[in-house]
Design a protein around this ligand. Structure first.
Ligand SMILES: NC(=O)c1ccc[n+]([C@@H]2O[C@H](COP(=O)([O-])OP(=O)(O)OC[C@H]3O[C@@H](n4cnc5c(N)ncnc54)[C@H](OP(=O)(O)O)[C@@H]3O)[C@@H](O)[C@H]2O)c1
Length: 235
């Protein structure tokens, strides 16, 4: 049976790798990005509180039914605790809105839909930061991903009996841009010294894990949170 998938943040990075990874599978997938890219990917800025509902409705219109929701869109923006109060709070709220609130709203719409059709799967792309914390400039990022993991577990426990499964993946550093720029933005060579595997993850490794959870993971795995971090944080 063809599986219908809605995935957010698929214009680049991990999301693009997820789209590519599903090629060749028996799936129909609707992707998403923040603004119109002149292609068939849905466009909606997740800072707009009305975006999740629009994304969901447009995806449903295209697909007829949705079997899997993948919440991947996210931002990793620094803000110093020395920033003016209003700037720090605005940065906090922006990260929470995009990384957690929008994902929660899509999860809610998915659960309501899955209940009516007798089941479905949610895969949330969280982060190692959910468990380990992040830099002093990223309180909001770590909190948003910690919230996402807690939300995923809540959905898994709440709706398993109705055939609704929920999983989260927690990538560590994942090379999503030009290597030099990426490493510099995350702390340079010091970052590698902290990863026993000796390298950051490839987006394809995250995408393969998401594919497994979306299509193949046994139902008894619901609620699982999978680490993909080269043993840089082992729990
Ligand atoms: N890369 C890492 O090291 C790493 C590690 C752990 C977890 N993660 C998580 O993995 C996910 C993907 O990360 P990535 O590194 O692949 O990110 P990325 O390359 O920066 O891509 C981010 C994606 O999210 C979308 N997005 C960003 N802001 C948005 C907004 N306001 N409204 C709608 N869409 C928006 C982007 O769309 P546009 O192209 O339109 O902006 C893009 O498709 C995120 O949730 C991130 O937190 C990443």
């Amino acid at each position: 049976m063809t599986i219908n998938i809605l995935a957010t943040g698929t214009s680049r990075g991990i999301g693009k790798a997820i789209l590519d990874r599903f090629a060749g599978e028996d799936v129909r997938i609707v992707g998403h990005r923040s603004s119109d890219g002149g292609d068939d990917i849905l466009a909606a800025d997740l800072t707009d509180p009305t975006a999740p509902r629009r994304i969901w409705d447009q995806a449903l219109e295209r697909l007829g039914r949705i079997d899997v929701l993948i919440n991947n869109a996210g931002i990793f923006e620094a803000v110093s605790i020395d920033a003016p109060d209003i700037a720090w709070t605005e940065a906090w709220n922006r990260t929470m809105q995009i990384n957690l609130t929008a994902a929660a709203e899509l999860c809610r719409l998915a659960v309501l839909h899955f209940r009516r059709q007798g089941g479905g799967r949610i895969v949330n792309v969280a982060s190692r930061a959910a468990h380990r914390g992040d830099s002093p400039a990223h309180w909001h990022y770590a909190a948003s991903k910690g919230g996402m993991v807690a939300m995923t577990k809540t959905i898994a426990r709440g709706y398993a009996a109705e055939g609704i499964l929920a999983f989260a993946v927690c990538p560590g550093f994942t090379m999503t841009g030009m290597a030099d720029d990426y490493l510099a933005s995350r702390g340079g060579d010091k970052l590698l010294a902290d990863i026993p595997l000796g390298r950051v993850a490839d987006p394809e490794e995250i995408a393969e894990t998401v594919r497994f959870l979306a299509l193949a993971a046994p139902a008894s795995m619901t609620g699982a949170v999978l680490d993909i971090n080269g043993a840089s944080y082992v729990r």
